[in-house]
Design a protein around this ligand. Structure first.
Ligand code: ARG
Length: 577
Protein backbone atom coordinates (compact mmCIF):
# COMPACT_ATOMS: atom_id res chain seq x y z
CA UNK A 1 0.00 0.00 0.00
CA UNK A 2 1.00 3.60 -0.62
CA UNK A 3 1.16 4.44 3.06
CA UNK A 4 3.65 1.65 3.64
CA UNK A 5 5.76 3.00 0.80
CA UNK A 6 5.84 6.49 2.28
CA UNK A 7 6.55 5.08 5.69
CA UNK A 8 9.48 3.16 4.28
CA UNK A 9 10.92 6.30 2.67
CA UNK A 10 10.71 8.14 5.99
CA UNK A 11 12.25 5.34 8.03
CA UNK A 12 15.08 4.87 5.56
CA UNK A 13 15.81 8.59 5.51
CA UNK A 14 15.87 8.53 9.31
CA UNK A 15 18.29 5.60 9.25
CA UNK A 16 20.76 7.58 7.13
CA UNK A 17 20.71 10.04 10.02
CA UNK A 18 21.40 7.22 12.49
CA UNK A 19 17.82 7.35 13.79
CA UNK A 20 16.38 3.87 13.97
CA UNK A 21 12.77 4.68 14.83
CA UNK A 22 9.33 4.08 13.38
CA UNK A 23 7.65 6.89 11.47
CA UNK A 24 3.94 6.22 10.93
CA UNK A 25 1.91 7.69 8.12
CA UNK A 26 -1.80 8.36 8.20
CA UNK A 27 -4.34 9.84 5.82
CA UNK A 28 -4.35 13.60 6.05
CA UNK A 29 -6.62 15.24 8.58
CA UNK A 30 -6.51 18.37 6.36
CA UNK A 31 -6.92 17.26 2.77
CA UNK A 32 -6.60 20.82 1.46
CA UNK A 33 -3.04 20.96 2.84
CA UNK A 34 -1.69 17.52 2.02
CA UNK A 35 -2.68 13.92 1.23
CA UNK A 36 -0.89 12.04 3.98
CA UNK A 37 0.79 13.09 7.17
CA UNK A 38 3.31 11.84 9.66
CA UNK A 39 2.97 12.90 13.30
CA UNK A 40 5.73 10.74 14.71
CA UNK A 41 8.38 13.46 15.08
CA UNK A 42 6.93 14.62 18.40
CA UNK A 43 7.34 11.27 20.13
CA UNK A 44 10.65 10.38 18.48
CA UNK A 45 12.16 13.78 19.30
CA UNK A 46 11.07 13.43 22.89
CA UNK A 47 12.66 10.03 23.12
CA UNK A 48 15.92 11.25 21.58
CA UNK A 49 15.97 14.57 23.40
CA UNK A 50 15.79 16.56 20.14
CA UNK A 51 13.74 19.50 18.96
CA UNK A 52 10.73 18.05 17.07
CA UNK A 53 10.68 20.67 14.31
CA UNK A 54 14.42 20.26 13.66
CA UNK A 55 14.01 16.50 13.57
CA UNK A 56 11.19 16.76 11.00
CA UNK A 57 13.36 19.02 8.79
CA UNK A 58 16.36 16.74 9.15
CA UNK A 59 14.37 13.73 7.98
CA UNK A 60 12.67 15.49 5.10
CA UNK A 61 16.04 16.77 3.84
CA UNK A 62 17.43 13.25 3.97
CA UNK A 63 14.72 11.79 1.71
CA UNK A 64 16.13 11.18 -1.78
CA UNK A 65 14.46 13.08 -4.61
CA UNK A 66 11.51 11.06 -5.91
CA UNK A 67 8.81 11.45 -8.52
CA UNK A 68 5.76 10.30 -6.57
CA UNK A 69 5.67 12.35 -3.38
CA UNK A 70 6.65 15.79 -2.15
CA UNK A 71 7.48 16.20 1.52
CA UNK A 72 7.28 19.37 3.58
CA UNK A 73 7.39 20.28 7.25
CA UNK A 74 4.61 22.21 8.95
CA UNK A 75 4.93 23.68 12.43
CA UNK A 76 5.01 22.53 15.10
CA UNK A 77 6.48 19.30 13.66
CA UNK A 78 4.26 17.59 11.12
CA UNK A 79 5.59 16.05 7.96
CA UNK A 80 3.09 16.67 5.18
CA UNK A 81 3.09 14.48 2.13
CA UNK A 82 1.51 15.36 -1.20
CA UNK A 83 1.17 13.11 -4.21
CA UNK A 84 2.49 14.34 -7.57
CA UNK A 85 0.57 13.49 -10.76
CA UNK A 86 3.03 10.66 -11.28
CA UNK A 87 2.26 9.61 -7.72
CA UNK A 88 -1.47 9.51 -8.50
CA UNK A 89 -0.86 7.21 -11.43
CA UNK A 90 1.41 5.06 -9.31
CA UNK A 91 -1.21 4.89 -6.55
CA UNK A 92 -3.92 3.71 -8.94
CA UNK A 93 -1.64 0.95 -10.16
CA UNK A 94 -0.76 -0.13 -6.65
CA UNK A 95 -4.49 -0.26 -5.88
CA UNK A 96 -5.29 -2.35 -8.91
CA UNK A 97 -2.55 -4.88 -8.32
CA UNK A 98 -3.23 -5.19 -4.62
CA UNK A 99 -3.51 -8.75 -3.31
CA UNK A 100 -4.36 -9.61 0.26
CA UNK A 101 -2.82 -12.54 1.93
CA UNK A 102 -3.48 -11.99 5.58
CA UNK A 103 -5.18 -15.33 5.83
CA UNK A 104 -2.39 -17.34 4.28
CA UNK A 105 -4.83 -20.16 3.57
CA UNK A 106 -5.83 -20.50 7.23
CA UNK A 107 -9.24 -22.02 7.79
CA UNK A 108 -11.95 -20.04 9.57
CA UNK A 109 -15.16 -21.61 10.71
CA UNK A 110 -17.96 -19.05 10.93
CA UNK A 111 -20.99 -19.68 13.10
CA UNK A 112 -23.76 -17.17 12.46
CA UNK A 113 -27.50 -16.87 11.90
CA UNK A 114 -28.54 -19.40 14.51
CA UNK A 115 -32.32 -19.30 13.95
CA UNK A 116 -34.43 -21.58 16.09
CA UNK A 117 -36.66 -24.15 14.46
CA UNK A 118 -40.30 -23.72 15.33
CA UNK A 119 -39.97 -20.11 16.43
CA UNK A 120 -40.18 -16.99 14.30
CA UNK A 121 -36.79 -15.40 13.56
CA UNK A 122 -36.23 -12.19 15.43
CA UNK A 123 -34.26 -9.07 14.58
CA UNK A 124 -31.18 -10.34 16.40
CA UNK A 125 -30.96 -13.25 13.96
CA UNK A 126 -30.98 -10.76 11.12
CA UNK A 127 -27.99 -8.92 12.60
CA UNK A 128 -26.15 -12.19 12.94
CA UNK A 129 -26.91 -13.02 9.28
CA UNK A 130 -25.71 -9.61 8.09
CA UNK A 131 -22.55 -9.37 10.17
CA UNK A 132 -21.53 -13.01 9.81
CA UNK A 133 -22.07 -13.06 6.06
CA UNK A 134 -20.02 -9.88 5.60
CA UNK A 135 -17.20 -11.29 7.71
CA UNK A 136 -17.20 -14.49 5.72
CA UNK A 137 -16.78 -12.48 2.52
CA UNK A 138 -14.13 -10.24 4.09
CA UNK A 139 -12.18 -13.24 5.32
CA UNK A 140 -12.26 -14.75 1.84
CA UNK A 141 -11.07 -11.51 0.33
CA UNK A 142 -8.18 -11.50 2.78
CA UNK A 143 -7.09 -14.97 1.80
CA UNK A 144 -8.70 -17.21 4.40
CA UNK A 145 -10.47 -20.44 3.63
CA UNK A 146 -13.95 -20.25 5.14
CA UNK A 147 -16.58 -22.75 6.26
CA UNK A 148 -19.93 -21.32 7.34
CA UNK A 149 -22.47 -23.05 9.53
CA UNK A 150 -25.92 -21.67 10.36
CA UNK A 151 -26.04 -23.61 13.65
CA UNK A 152 -29.78 -24.07 13.97
CA UNK A 153 -31.44 -24.19 17.34
CA UNK A 154 -33.12 -27.47 16.45
CA UNK A 155 -32.86 -29.64 19.54
CA UNK A 156 -34.88 -27.91 22.18
CA UNK A 157 -38.29 -27.49 23.69
CA UNK A 158 -40.03 -25.54 20.84
CA UNK A 159 -40.35 -28.71 18.75
CA UNK A 160 -41.62 -30.63 21.78
CA UNK A 161 -44.16 -27.88 22.37
CA UNK A 162 -45.41 -27.97 18.79
CA UNK A 163 -45.82 -31.74 18.88
CA UNK A 164 -47.59 -31.63 22.24
CA UNK A 165 -49.97 -29.00 20.87
CA UNK A 166 -50.82 -30.99 17.76
CA UNK A 167 -51.33 -34.05 19.95
CA UNK A 168 -53.64 -32.11 22.25
CA UNK A 169 -55.64 -30.93 19.24
CA UNK A 170 -55.93 -34.55 18.10
CA UNK A 171 -54.19 -33.91 14.76
CA UNK A 172 -50.74 -35.35 15.50
CA UNK A 173 -51.50 -38.61 13.67
CA UNK A 174 -53.02 -36.85 10.68
CA UNK A 175 -49.86 -34.83 10.22
CA UNK A 176 -47.67 -37.81 10.93
CA UNK A 177 -49.40 -40.03 8.37
CA UNK A 178 -49.46 -37.24 5.80
CA UNK A 179 -53.25 -37.09 5.75
CA UNK A 180 -52.84 -33.44 6.60
CA UNK A 181 -49.96 -31.48 5.14
CA UNK A 182 -47.46 -30.14 7.61
CA UNK A 183 -46.68 -26.55 6.68
CA UNK A 184 -44.87 -23.63 8.22
CA UNK A 185 -48.27 -22.05 8.95
CA UNK A 186 -49.21 -25.05 11.07
CA UNK A 187 -46.00 -24.63 13.04
CA UNK A 188 -46.36 -20.86 13.31
CA UNK A 189 -49.86 -21.28 14.74
CA UNK A 190 -49.11 -24.18 17.07
CA UNK A 191 -45.97 -22.74 18.66
CA UNK A 192 -47.40 -19.51 20.13
CA UNK A 193 -50.47 -21.41 21.34
CA UNK A 194 -48.26 -23.99 23.00
CA UNK A 195 -45.88 -21.57 24.62
CA UNK A 196 -48.88 -19.72 26.01
CA UNK A 197 -50.48 -22.89 27.31
CA UNK A 198 -47.32 -24.18 28.95
CA UNK A 199 -47.39 -21.23 31.37
CA UNK A 200 -50.91 -22.15 32.53
CA UNK A 201 -51.06 -25.89 32.24
CA UNK A 202 -48.36 -27.81 34.12
CA UNK A 203 -49.45 -31.17 32.68
CA UNK A 204 -49.17 -29.86 29.15
CA UNK A 205 -45.71 -28.48 29.92
CA UNK A 206 -44.59 -31.85 31.30
CA UNK A 207 -45.87 -33.62 28.22
CA UNK A 208 -43.95 -31.22 25.96
CA UNK A 209 -40.79 -31.86 28.00
CA UNK A 210 -41.36 -35.58 27.74
CA UNK A 211 -41.80 -35.41 23.97
CA UNK A 212 -38.64 -33.30 23.77
CA UNK A 213 -36.74 -35.99 25.63
CA UNK A 214 -38.29 -38.67 23.37
CA UNK A 215 -37.16 -37.14 20.12
CA UNK A 216 -33.74 -36.37 21.63
CA UNK A 217 -33.48 -40.10 22.41
CA UNK A 218 -34.59 -40.81 18.83
CA UNK A 219 -37.82 -42.49 19.95
CA UNK A 220 -40.50 -42.92 17.31
CA UNK A 221 -42.80 -41.48 16.13
CA UNK A 222 -41.40 -38.33 17.75
CA UNK A 223 -38.00 -38.46 16.10
CA UNK A 224 -39.48 -38.79 12.62
CA UNK A 225 -41.95 -36.05 13.34
CA UNK A 226 -39.09 -33.89 14.57
CA UNK A 227 -37.26 -34.47 11.29
CA UNK A 228 -40.29 -33.33 9.33
CA UNK A 229 -40.71 -30.23 11.41
CA UNK A 230 -37.05 -29.47 10.87
CA UNK A 231 -37.34 -29.91 7.09
CA UNK A 232 -40.36 -27.63 6.82
CA UNK A 233 -38.66 -25.01 8.92
CA UNK A 234 -35.33 -25.21 7.10
CA UNK A 235 -37.10 -24.73 3.75
CA UNK A 236 -38.60 -21.55 5.15
CA UNK A 237 -35.29 -20.31 6.59
CA UNK A 238 -33.63 -20.93 3.23
CA UNK A 239 -36.15 -18.60 1.60
CA UNK A 240 -35.23 -15.83 4.04
CA UNK A 241 -31.52 -16.45 3.48
CA UNK A 242 -32.07 -16.12 -0.24
CA UNK A 243 -33.88 -12.83 0.27
CA UNK A 244 -31.01 -11.58 2.40
CA UNK A 245 -28.32 -12.81 -0.01
CA UNK A 246 -26.82 -15.07 2.62
CA UNK A 247 -25.69 -18.65 2.20
CA UNK A 248 -24.13 -21.43 4.23
CA UNK A 249 -21.87 -24.39 3.60
CA UNK A 250 -23.41 -26.30 6.49
CA UNK A 251 -26.96 -26.47 7.75
CA UNK A 252 -26.04 -28.14 11.00
CA UNK A 253 -27.45 -27.39 14.38
CA UNK A 254 -27.58 -28.36 18.00
CA UNK A 255 -28.93 -31.76 16.96
CA UNK A 256 -25.68 -32.65 15.17
CA UNK A 257 -23.79 -32.18 18.40
CA UNK A 258 -25.94 -34.57 20.42
CA UNK A 259 -24.01 -37.70 19.53
CA UNK A 260 -20.78 -36.14 20.87
CA UNK A 261 -22.18 -35.00 24.18
CA UNK A 262 -21.25 -38.20 26.04
CA UNK A 263 -17.70 -38.01 24.63
CA UNK A 264 -17.13 -34.50 25.87
CA UNK A 265 -18.66 -35.28 29.27
CA UNK A 266 -16.14 -38.09 29.54
CA UNK A 267 -13.27 -35.76 28.68
CA UNK A 268 -14.29 -33.38 31.46
CA UNK A 269 -14.69 -36.24 33.87
CA UNK A 270 -11.38 -37.90 33.04
CA UNK A 271 -9.51 -34.65 33.34
CA UNK A 272 -11.28 -34.09 36.67
CA UNK A 273 -12.65 -30.79 35.46
CA UNK A 274 -16.32 -31.41 36.17
CA UNK A 275 -18.07 -31.68 39.51
CA UNK A 276 -21.59 -32.06 40.84
CA UNK A 277 -23.11 -28.92 42.28
CA UNK A 278 -26.65 -28.98 43.65
CA UNK A 279 -27.40 -31.98 41.49
CA UNK A 280 -26.08 -30.40 38.28
CA UNK A 281 -22.82 -31.18 36.50
CA UNK A 282 -20.61 -28.08 36.26
CA UNK A 283 -17.12 -26.98 35.18
CA UNK A 284 -15.35 -24.16 36.97
CA UNK A 285 -14.16 -21.59 34.51
CA UNK A 286 -13.35 -18.61 36.70
CA UNK A 287 -9.72 -17.61 36.39
CA UNK A 288 -7.19 -16.74 39.05
CA UNK A 289 -8.31 -13.73 40.96
CA UNK A 290 -11.88 -14.06 39.81
CA UNK A 291 -12.90 -16.24 42.77
CA UNK A 292 -13.54 -13.71 45.48
CA UNK A 293 -14.21 -15.30 48.90
CA UNK A 294 -17.29 -13.99 50.67
CA UNK A 295 -16.46 -13.35 54.35
CA UNK A 296 -17.94 -16.10 56.54
CA UNK A 297 -20.57 -15.15 59.09
CA UNK A 298 -19.47 -17.91 61.45
CA UNK A 299 -16.25 -19.99 61.48
CA UNK A 300 -17.99 -23.30 60.66
CA UNK A 301 -19.85 -21.95 57.65
CA UNK A 302 -18.56 -23.37 54.32
CA UNK A 303 -16.43 -20.96 52.36
CA UNK A 304 -18.51 -19.31 49.66
CA UNK A 305 -17.20 -17.25 46.76
CA UNK A 306 -18.52 -14.25 45.00
CA UNK A 307 -17.76 -15.34 41.54
CA UNK A 308 -17.84 -12.93 38.62
CA UNK A 309 -17.55 -15.86 36.22
CA UNK A 310 -19.99 -18.53 37.32
CA UNK A 311 -19.26 -22.18 36.61
CA UNK A 312 -20.51 -23.50 33.29
CA UNK A 313 -23.34 -26.01 33.58
CA UNK A 314 -22.97 -29.14 31.46
CA UNK A 315 -26.01 -31.03 32.65
CA UNK A 316 -29.09 -29.85 34.48
CA UNK A 317 -30.12 -31.53 37.71
CA UNK A 318 -32.96 -33.27 35.78
CA UNK A 319 -30.35 -34.80 33.45
CA UNK A 320 -31.18 -32.62 30.42
CA UNK A 321 -28.45 -31.26 28.14
CA UNK A 322 -27.68 -27.62 28.14
CA UNK A 323 -27.29 -25.22 25.22
CA UNK A 324 -23.67 -24.72 26.39
CA UNK A 325 -23.03 -28.45 26.21
CA UNK A 326 -24.14 -28.59 22.60
CA UNK A 327 -21.82 -25.69 21.76
CA UNK A 328 -18.89 -27.52 23.34
CA UNK A 329 -19.76 -30.78 21.61
CA UNK A 330 -19.98 -28.80 18.36
CA UNK A 331 -16.46 -27.42 18.85
CA UNK A 332 -15.37 -30.99 19.50
CA UNK A 333 -16.73 -32.35 16.20
CA UNK A 334 -15.73 -29.28 14.18
CA UNK A 335 -12.18 -29.95 15.31
CA UNK A 336 -12.50 -33.65 14.62
CA UNK A 337 -13.70 -33.18 11.04
CA UNK A 338 -12.65 -29.72 9.86
CA UNK A 339 -9.58 -28.66 11.90
CA UNK A 340 -10.26 -24.92 11.73
CA UNK A 341 -7.52 -22.50 12.81
CA UNK A 342 -10.15 -20.06 13.99
CA UNK A 343 -13.81 -20.37 14.97
CA UNK A 344 -15.72 -17.10 14.90
CA UNK A 345 -19.23 -16.74 16.40
CA UNK A 346 -21.69 -13.92 15.83
CA UNK A 347 -24.49 -13.52 18.36
CA UNK A 348 -26.27 -10.93 20.40
CA UNK A 349 -24.00 -9.38 23.07
CA UNK A 350 -26.24 -10.91 25.73
CA UNK A 351 -24.43 -14.16 25.04
CA UNK A 352 -20.97 -12.66 25.72
CA UNK A 353 -20.53 -14.33 29.08
CA UNK A 354 -21.60 -17.77 27.97
CA UNK A 355 -19.06 -17.70 25.14
CA UNK A 356 -16.28 -16.77 27.58
CA UNK A 357 -17.36 -19.76 29.67
CA UNK A 358 -17.52 -22.10 26.68
CA UNK A 359 -14.14 -20.99 25.32
CA UNK A 360 -12.46 -21.39 28.68
CA UNK A 361 -13.98 -24.83 29.20
CA UNK A 362 -12.75 -25.91 25.74
CA UNK A 363 -9.24 -24.63 26.37
CA UNK A 364 -9.02 -26.22 29.83
CA UNK A 365 -10.15 -29.57 28.54
CA UNK A 366 -8.09 -29.47 25.34
CA UNK A 367 -11.28 -29.80 23.23
CA UNK A 368 -9.96 -26.70 21.51
CA UNK A 369 -6.20 -26.97 20.91
CA UNK A 370 -4.15 -24.17 22.47
CA UNK A 371 -3.17 -22.67 19.11
CA UNK A 372 -6.78 -22.42 17.92
CA UNK A 373 -8.35 -18.98 18.12
CA UNK A 374 -11.92 -18.89 19.43
CA UNK A 375 -13.61 -15.57 18.70
CA UNK A 376 -16.99 -14.20 19.60
CA UNK A 377 -18.48 -11.02 18.23
CA UNK A 378 -21.36 -9.90 20.42
CA UNK A 379 -23.47 -7.27 18.71
CA UNK A 380 -25.77 -4.63 20.14
CA UNK A 381 -29.53 -4.37 19.68
CA UNK A 382 -31.49 -2.48 17.05
CA UNK A 383 -34.15 -0.16 18.39
CA UNK A 384 -36.77 1.97 16.71
CA UNK A 385 -36.04 5.61 15.99
CA UNK A 386 -37.43 6.47 19.46
CA UNK A 387 -34.76 4.26 21.05
CA UNK A 388 -37.37 1.68 22.13
CA UNK A 389 -37.81 -1.89 20.86
CA UNK A 390 -38.99 -2.06 17.24
CA UNK A 391 -42.74 -2.63 17.03
CA UNK A 392 -45.07 -3.53 14.21
CA UNK A 393 -47.94 -1.23 13.22
CA UNK A 394 -50.29 -3.06 15.55
CA UNK A 395 -47.86 -2.77 18.44
CA UNK A 396 -46.51 -6.34 18.50
CA UNK A 397 -42.81 -7.16 18.69
CA UNK A 398 -41.30 -6.84 15.26
CA UNK A 399 -40.01 -10.12 13.83
CA UNK A 400 -37.51 -10.45 11.04
CA UNK A 401 -40.17 -11.12 8.41
CA UNK A 402 -42.15 -8.03 9.49
CA UNK A 403 -39.06 -5.89 9.12
CA UNK A 404 -38.19 -7.24 5.69
CA UNK A 405 -41.75 -6.82 4.43
CA UNK A 406 -41.84 -3.27 5.65
CA UNK A 407 -38.50 -2.43 4.03
CA UNK A 408 -39.41 -3.98 0.69
CA UNK A 409 -42.77 -2.27 0.69
CA UNK A 410 -41.24 1.13 1.38
CA UNK A 411 -38.51 0.55 -1.22
CA UNK A 412 -41.24 -0.15 -3.73
CA UNK A 413 -43.04 3.09 -2.84
CA UNK A 414 -39.82 4.97 -3.48
CA UNK A 415 -39.37 3.32 -6.84
CA UNK A 416 -42.93 4.19 -7.81
CA UNK A 417 -42.31 7.81 -6.78
CA UNK A 418 -39.23 7.84 -9.00
CA UNK A 419 -41.24 6.45 -11.89
CA UNK A 420 -39.44 3.09 -12.04
CA UNK A 421 -41.41 0.09 -13.22
CA UNK A 422 -42.55 -2.47 -10.67
CA UNK A 423 -39.66 -4.81 -10.03
CA UNK A 424 -39.68 -7.31 -7.15
CA UNK A 425 -36.02 -8.07 -7.31
CA UNK A 426 -35.02 -4.43 -7.38
CA UNK A 427 -37.09 -3.56 -4.34
CA UNK A 428 -35.54 -6.48 -2.48
CA UNK A 429 -32.02 -5.35 -3.42
CA UNK A 430 -32.71 -1.79 -2.31
CA UNK A 431 -34.41 -2.85 0.91
CA UNK A 432 -31.49 -5.14 1.74
CA UNK A 433 -28.92 -2.48 0.96
CA UNK A 434 -30.72 -0.08 3.28
CA UNK A 435 -30.84 -2.67 6.02
CA UNK A 436 -27.32 -4.02 5.68
CA UNK A 437 -25.61 -0.68 5.29
CA UNK A 438 -27.36 0.68 8.38
CA UNK A 439 -26.62 -2.49 10.27
CA UNK A 440 -22.94 -2.62 9.39
CA UNK A 441 -22.17 1.13 9.55
CA UNK A 442 -22.34 1.17 13.30
CA UNK A 443 -19.56 -0.15 15.39
CA UNK A 444 -20.67 -3.70 15.94
CA UNK A 445 -21.03 -3.87 19.72
CA UNK A 446 -23.21 -0.76 19.93
CA UNK A 447 -26.99 -0.58 20.12
CA UNK A 448 -28.42 1.67 17.44
CA UNK A 449 -31.67 3.25 16.39
CA UNK A 450 -33.24 2.27 13.11
CA UNK A 451 -35.26 4.78 11.16
CA UNK A 452 -36.75 3.04 8.13
CA UNK A 453 -37.30 6.20 6.10
CA UNK A 454 -33.81 7.50 6.71
CA UNK A 455 -32.00 4.25 5.86
CA UNK A 456 -33.96 3.99 2.62
CA UNK A 457 -33.09 7.49 1.46
CA UNK A 458 -31.28 7.67 -1.89
CA UNK A 459 -29.19 10.46 -0.44
CA UNK A 460 -26.86 10.54 2.56
CA UNK A 461 -24.98 7.75 4.30
CA UNK A 462 -27.23 4.92 3.17
CA UNK A 463 -27.03 1.68 1.22
CA UNK A 464 -29.35 2.90 -1.56
CA UNK A 465 -27.11 5.97 -2.03
CA UNK A 466 -24.14 3.67 -2.64
CA UNK A 467 -26.19 1.60 -5.10
CA UNK A 468 -27.40 4.75 -6.80
CA UNK A 469 -23.81 5.98 -7.18
CA UNK A 470 -22.80 2.70 -8.79
CA UNK A 471 -25.79 2.92 -11.18
CA UNK A 472 -24.83 6.44 -12.17
CA UNK A 473 -21.29 5.34 -12.99
CA UNK A 474 -22.61 2.36 -14.94
CA UNK A 475 -24.86 4.65 -16.91
CA UNK A 476 -22.02 7.07 -17.76
CA UNK A 477 -19.77 4.21 -18.82
CA UNK A 478 -22.49 2.75 -21.01
CA UNK A 479 -22.98 6.08 -22.79
CA UNK A 480 -19.29 6.87 -23.09
CA UNK A 481 -17.42 6.54 -26.38
CA UNK A 482 -14.80 3.80 -26.69
CA UNK A 483 -11.66 4.82 -24.85
CA UNK A 484 -8.14 3.61 -24.18
CA UNK A 485 -7.24 3.31 -20.53
CA UNK A 486 -5.37 6.38 -19.43
CA UNK A 487 -3.81 6.74 -16.00
CA UNK A 488 -2.66 10.34 -16.38
CA UNK A 489 -4.51 11.61 -13.35
CA UNK A 490 -4.34 15.09 -11.94
CA UNK A 491 -5.54 17.05 -8.94
CA UNK A 492 -9.21 16.86 -9.95
CA UNK A 493 -9.03 13.07 -9.57
CA UNK A 494 -7.22 13.14 -6.30
CA UNK A 495 -10.18 13.02 -3.91
CA UNK A 496 -11.48 9.86 -5.55
CA UNK A 497 -8.06 8.24 -5.61
CA UNK A 498 -7.41 8.99 -1.96
CA UNK A 499 -10.88 7.65 -1.10
CA UNK A 500 -10.13 4.50 -3.06
CA UNK A 501 -6.98 4.11 -1.06
CA UNK A 502 -8.88 4.56 2.18
CA UNK A 503 -11.43 1.98 1.14
CA UNK A 504 -8.73 -0.54 0.28
CA UNK A 505 -7.06 0.11 3.66
CA UNK A 506 -10.33 -0.38 5.48
CA UNK A 507 -10.39 -4.15 4.85
CA UNK A 508 -7.50 -4.66 7.17
CA UNK A 509 -8.89 -2.25 9.75
CA UNK A 510 -12.22 -4.11 9.78
CA UNK A 511 -10.39 -7.39 10.15
CA UNK A 512 -8.44 -6.06 13.11
CA UNK A 513 -11.36 -4.30 14.80
CA UNK A 514 -13.82 -7.09 14.02
CA UNK A 515 -16.33 -4.48 12.92
CA UNK A 516 -17.31 -3.34 9.44
CA UNK A 517 -18.05 0.30 10.12
CA UNK A 518 -14.77 1.52 8.66
CA UNK A 519 -15.50 -0.16 5.34
CA UNK A 520 -18.98 1.41 5.23
CA UNK A 521 -17.59 4.84 6.11
CA UNK A 522 -14.92 4.72 3.40
CA UNK A 523 -17.40 3.41 0.88
CA UNK A 524 -19.62 6.38 1.58
CA UNK A 525 -16.64 8.77 1.31
CA UNK A 526 -15.79 7.30 -2.07
CA UNK A 527 -19.38 7.71 -3.29
CA UNK A 528 -19.36 11.33 -2.10
CA UNK A 529 -16.01 11.97 -3.78
CA UNK A 530 -17.50 10.69 -7.03
CA UNK A 531 -20.53 12.87 -6.52
CA UNK A 532 -18.53 16.07 -6.15
CA UNK A 533 -16.41 15.14 -9.14
CA UNK A 534 -19.53 14.45 -11.18
CA UNK A 535 -21.02 17.81 -10.21
CA UNK A 536 -17.90 19.77 -11.09
CA UNK A 537 -16.93 18.10 -14.31
CA UNK A 538 -18.72 17.27 -17.57
CA UNK A 539 -17.44 13.83 -18.25
CA UNK A 540 -19.37 12.91 -21.37
CA UNK A 541 -19.07 16.28 -23.08
CA UNK A 542 -15.36 16.71 -22.35
CA UNK A 543 -13.62 17.79 -25.57
CA UNK A 544 -10.09 16.90 -24.53
CA UNK A 545 -10.14 13.20 -25.44
CA UNK A 546 -7.10 12.35 -23.36
CA UNK A 547 -8.60 13.98 -20.28
CA UNK A 548 -11.92 12.28 -20.93
CA UNK A 549 -10.26 8.89 -21.09
CA UNK A 550 -8.54 9.58 -17.75
CA UNK A 551 -11.96 10.44 -16.23
CA UNK A 552 -13.49 7.27 -17.61
CA UNK A 553 -10.57 5.11 -16.56
CA UNK A 554 -10.92 6.37 -13.03
CA UNK A 555 -14.68 5.82 -13.08
CA UNK A 556 -14.10 2.22 -14.05
CA UNK A 557 -11.77 1.79 -11.09
CA UNK A 558 -14.22 3.48 -8.73
CA UNK A 559 -17.03 1.21 -9.93
CA UNK A 560 -14.87 -1.87 -9.52
CA UNK A 561 -14.07 -0.95 -5.92
CA UNK A 562 -17.65 -0.03 -5.05
CA UNK A 563 -18.83 -3.35 -6.44
CA UNK A 564 -16.16 -5.23 -4.57
CA UNK A 565 -16.93 -3.49 -1.26
CA UNK A 566 -20.67 -4.01 -1.75
CA UNK A 567 -20.01 -7.66 -2.42
CA UNK A 568 -18.22 -7.94 0.92
CA UNK A 569 -21.23 -6.38 2.63
CA UNK A 570 -23.50 -8.74 0.61
CA UNK A 571 -25.20 -5.72 -0.92
CA UNK A 572 -26.24 -6.36 -4.53
CA UNK A 573 -25.64 -3.60 -7.04
CA UNK A 574 -28.46 -3.25 -9.59
CA UNK A 575 -27.85 -2.05 -13.16
CA UNK A 576 -30.22 0.82 -12.75
CA UNK A 577 -32.61 2.22 -10.21
N1 ARG B 1 -30.03 -20.27 18.43
C1 ARG B 1 -29.37 -19.26 19.19
C2 ARG B 1 -30.35 -18.14 19.53
O1 ARG B 1 -31.35 -17.97 18.89
C3 ARG B 1 -28.19 -18.67 18.48
C4 ARG B 1 -27.08 -19.63 18.14
C5 ARG B 1 -25.74 -18.98 18.18
N2 ARG B 1 -24.65 -19.86 17.87
C6 ARG B 1 -24.11 -20.71 18.74
N3 ARG B 1 -23.15 -21.49 18.34
N4 ARG B 1 -24.54 -20.82 19.96
O2 ARG B 1 -30.08 -17.40 20.47
Amino acid sequence: MIRDEIQKLLCEAAKTQNIDENFCVSFSAMPNLCDFQCNSCFAVAKKLGKNPYDLACQIVEAIPQNQFFTFSVARPAFINITLTNQGLKHMSQVLLSQQFNLGDGKKIFLDYGGPNIGKAMHIGHMRSFNIGEAFKRLYRKLGFETVSDIFLGDWGMPMGLIMAMLEKQGVFDDYYSGKKQLTIEVMNTAYPQASQLKTQDEKFKQRAEQITLFFQQKQQPYYDFWKRLRDVSVAEIKKVCKLLNVDFDLWNGESNASEYVSTILKIFEEKKLSRISEGALVVDVAEEGEQIPIPKKSPDEVQRYENPMPPLMLKKSNGGDKYETSDIATIYYRNKFYHPDIIHYFTDARQNQRFIQIFRACKKSGISPQEQLLLHTGFGTINGKDGKALKTRDGGNMQLSDLLNMLYEKAEQKLVENGTEHDDDLKRKIGNAALKFADLSNSVEKDYNFDVDRVLSFDGKTGPYIQYTACRIKSILSKAPKFEENYSFSSQHKEMLISLNRLASSYRICFENKSLNDLCGSLYDLASAFSSFYNSCHILSEQDKSLQSAHLTLLKIVLKFIEEACDILAIEVPDKM
